[in-house]
Write a protein that binds this ligand. Structure first.
Ligand SMILES: Nc1ncnc2c1ncn2[C@@H]1O[C@H](COP(=O)(O)OP(=O)(O)OP(=O)(O)O)[C@@H](O)[C@H]1O
Ligand SMILES: [Mg+2]
Length: 306
């Protein structure tokens, strides 16, 4: 596997770094600043299910946040909306200091392509492309110049331990290998925000630990924020903060009452970032429209235009 230093590279376009310093210095330094997030789905003929009801999430650079919660609680929905694949119904969402309300789909795609590394729960690799090409497409969309895309893709795949599978197509890869290609695709762009949906779900403990280390390293070297949805307590514990999505709220995960001494001092403080949102929210959609699958596929198939 590649060492940490090998991975550092210079982006020929300075836009990325400029944006980083902008949001650090001018926008309170938050990667995610989201308040009053709501989202519901209406089953055909049924009542709407409210997955998010005024949830709040604020994440600074260099910060890792684990989101836990039962199956169906809305974790993937939250992550897709944070990744600008689909809008929140209401709330305010600032990404890297920019209010995403009212952004066109095109603007959302551009923001996402450059700044967000998304690891889908179901991987979503392009089946007809090799592992390298899957990663190269993401690099191209992120603005990595043509001459260095292949090298960057191969480095990212090396980082996740797949340097021997560069030319493999997804269907010839194991689930865990596909998951790591998906991770390489997310990280090749040096994203400011990494959104990972159960990124160790298909991995054994040893490989999972490596993936966790890779994610933490990416956060450290790119001043990124990581929001990781996970059912794995090891992954959650390794994060700076642990939240639980429950009843539409993102709340600090309280320690298991049976495993820790009781007493007020043992309860994690509820910081301002996790306080349930107060006040009203607008009724217009927040973020971009368009469904996740269609948009991500369209984006990828569109391929490099440069
Ligand atoms: N586009 C949609 N239309 C209707 N319902 C939806 C849509 N997307 C998600 N849902 C519903 O929202 C609920 C939450 O789904 P979601 O995938 O966010 O859960 P999750 O917390 O990620 O679960 P898991 O841990 O199993 O991955 C589910 O009941 C799902 O059926
Ligand atoms: Mg999910």
């Amino acid at each position: 596997m590649t060492t940490a230093e090998d991975l550092r590279h210079h982006r020929p376009d300075s836009d990325h770094h400029r944006l980083h310093s902008d949001h650090h210095h001018q926008h309170g330094g938050l990667v995610i600043d989201a308040v009053g997030l709501s989202k519901s789905f209406r089953a055909r003929g049924g009542d709407p299910t409210e997955l998010l009801s005024g949830a709040t999430l604020q994440v600074a650079p260099w910060t890792t946040v684990a989101v836990m919660g039962r199956s169906g609680a809305g974790k993937s929905t939250l992550l897709r909306a944070l990744g600008l694949f689909q809008p929140f119904d209401a709330g305010r969402y600032r990404l890297l200091g920019r209010d995403v309300a009212g952004l066109s789909d095109r603007a959302c795609s551009a923001l996402r392509a450059r700044h967000i590394g998304f690891v889908f729960q179901e991987f979503r690799l392009l089946p007809h492309l090799t592992a390298t090409a899957n990663v190269e497409v993401a690099a191209a969309l992120a603005g990595v110049p043509a001459r260095s895309r292949r090298r960057e893709a191969q480095r990212a795949l090396d980082l996740v331990g797949l340097s021997h599978r560069l030319r493999a197509r997804p269907r010839t890869l194991s689930g865990g290998e596909q998951q790591r290609v998906a991770l390489a695709r997310a990280l090749v762009k040096r994203p400011s925000l990494i959104l990972a949906d159960e990124p160790t779900g298909a991995l054994d403990d040893t490989t999972a630990a490596k993936v966790l280390e890779i994610l933490r390293h990416a956060v450290a070297t790119s001043a990124a924020a990581l929001v990781v949805v996970t059912h794995d307590p090891v992954v959650a514990t390794a994060c700076d903060r642990q939240l639980r999505l429950q009843d539409g709220q993102l709340l600090p995960l309280l320690p298991d009452p049976d495993s820790v001494p009781k007493g007020p001092a043992d309860r994690p403080a509820v910081g301002p970032s996790e306080r349930p949102a107060e006040g009203s929210v607008g009724d217009s959609g927040v973020g971009c429209t368009g469904d996740a699958a269609g948009e991500s596929a369209g984006e990828s198939v569109a391929g490099p235009t440069a």
